[in-house]
Design a protein around this ligand. Structure first.
Ligand SMILES: Cc1cc2nc3c(=O)[nH]c(=O)nc-3n(C[C@H](O)[C@H](O)[C@H](O)COP(=O)(O)O)c2cc1C
Ligand code: SF4
Length: 460
């Protein structure tokens, strides 16, 4: 769906650089290059741009902080554009890369200028063949056109792992390692950091950088014409699951969640919604909450990266929570015991409830595990597990208790809602057909290992 609020999603895919320039593209970069770096960051601050990768962190604050650390330590700055798009329910970054890669590259060149970064890396999954090809073609074009900074941009491909999208996991992959999160944040110690040269690194999401280009082209007042005072601008949302029109939609921040899920995506009889797997469950009583960072968090939920997974009342809450928890159990890297063991134990309990083999004490253990799963966590992954499990069990305690009491198998047929592809014309959504074979060591089994594997993990 295209509408007046579209600012990033073009009416038609932009197929070459000339087409981008013909619709006013390139003016953001030209304008930015005419300004000193601090003035570019001032404009982003005035616009109130907040990161679209999940946390909603103010972009200007991030860039200023990294510049200050680099100045204090006399070290270089690097830039990373996060195109890993690994959050279940999300497909907007690939859509932007396929339909309008030039706005993203323009934002990246502006970021290179404003931050004074030495190099920029785009971290993208090797499996994203379509967006990857579109990105590299567009990068060749802007290099040839002589866009300042474009020659310092490298594309780095990474694995099909959730933690590749976690910012320090991405730094590890760029350095040639597995995506195992670090303790120290990128703005403190970044790529190729040493004790004498911390090389603070800016990590920004694809959509965030695409907004940067538009803000520099049109000004902060224009950006604030959409959105709310704390969450200005538009956001590119994804909706998948039990809706008539799954897809990628750009709306003003502040639009009620109900408008997106029901009026736009055609959701009906909604039972639960998850914004990725890093936030608390959204129940129908919260559908009038405005889609903005602060109001969502005041409501006890989160906007995340704007990818909504919708389940209607035909779904068993046990099946829903199990498929999401299994994803976190598989994707946890195991550097922190409480996270790997806790996510695995919670997924195992949910699998047991699904098979009709659980006891009421399992529910208590599930909640206990949700409290301890974050102990000594390096990254945010187990916080998502804690929020999801705690909130879902609390809101659906009667259904959980009744399911355990019945002691009969319940449906176990939901796919892991990692979006592989959304067909723009038909709205058909593809999920990875082999995800259920992925094991906790990230290898793939020949036959479904879930039941045996998860049962083997002790739950206490
Ligand atoms: C487990 C995990 C997975 C993440 N995956 C992604 C991802 O796929 N894409 C993304 O942009 N950010 C992801 N993030 C957030 C990044 O760590 C980082 O905050 C973000 O890229 C910053 O960009 P922004 O300030 O522009 O939002 C993830 C975070 C966590 C904890
Ligand atoms: S908290 Fe979990 S996912 Fe994050 S580093 Fe530790 S074990 Fe890995």
């Amino acid at each position: 769906m295209r509408s007046d609020t579209d600012r990033l999603l073009p009416p038609e895919p932009v197929t070459d650089l000339d087409a981008h320039l013909a619709t006013g593209g390139g003016t953001g970069l030209t304008g930015a290059l005419a300004l000193p770096p601090d003035a570019v960051i001032d404009e982003l601050e005035a616009a109130g741009l907040r990161g679209r990768g999940g946390a909603g962190f103010p972009t200007a604050t991030k860039w200023r902080g990294v510049r200050a650390t680099a100045a204090d330590t006399g070290s270089r700055i690097d830039l990373v554009a996060n195109a890993a798009e690994g959050e279940p329910g999300t497909y907007k970054d690939r859509t932007l890369l396929e339909q309008q890669p030039y706005a993203f590259l323009e934002g990246l060149c502006i970021a290179l200028h404003a931050s004074g970064a030495h190099s920029a890396y785009v971290g993208i999954k090797e499996a994203f063949t379509g967006p990857l090809e579109r990105l590299t073609d567009a990068l060749d074009e802007v290099r040839e056109a002589g866009w300042p900074g474009a020659e310092r941009i490298a594309v780095v491909t990474g694995p099909d792992a959730y933690l590749f999208g976690e910012e320090t996991g991405m730094l590890e992959v760029i350095e040639g390692n597995l995506p195992l999160p670090r303790i120290v944040k990128p703005f403190e110690a970044g790529l190729h950091a040493t004790t004498s040269a911390p090389n603070p690194t800016i990590v920004n999401n694809v959509e965030t950088l695409s907004h940067v280009a538009r803000i520099l082209a049109n000004g902060s007042d224009w950006f604030r014409e959409a959105g709310t005072s704390d969450s200005p601008g538009t956001m590119v949302f994804t909706v998948v699951g039990d809706v008539a029109n799954p897809g990628v939609y750009e709306l003003s921040l502040g639009t009620p969640l109900r408008t997106l899920l029901e009026d736009v995506a055609g959701g009906d009889d909604i039972k639960v919604v998850y914004s990725g797997v890093s936030t608390a469950v959204i129940t129908p009583d919260l559908l009038d909450t405005p889609l903005c960072f602060d109001r969502m968090s005041e409501a006890g939920v989160g906007l995340g990266s704007g990818g909504f997974i919708v389940y209607d009342s035909s779904r068993s809450i046990v099946d829903v929570l199990h498929v999401l928890m299994n994803f976190l159990a598989v994707e946890s890297c195991g550097q922190c015991n409480a996270c790997k063991l806790g996510t695995g134990a919670m997924a195992a309990i949910l699998a047991r409830i699904q098979r009709g083999e659980a006891e009421q004490t399992d529910l208590e253990t599930l909640l206990k595990r949700s409290h301890t799963v974050t102990d000594q966590n390096r990254c945010y992954l187990p916080v998502g597990a804690q929020l999801m499990v705690g909130s879902t069990v609390e809101r659906f305690v009667d259904e959980f208790v009744a399911t355990v009491e019945r002691g009969e198998p319940t449906p176990a047929d939901l796919p892991t809602p990692l979006v592989e592809h959304i067909d723009e014309d038909t709205g058909a959504v593809t999920f990875p057909s082999r995800y259920h074979l992925k094991q906790t060591d990230w290898s793939y089994a020949d036959v479904d290992p879930r039941a045996q594997r998860l049962d083997a993990i002790r739950d206490d």
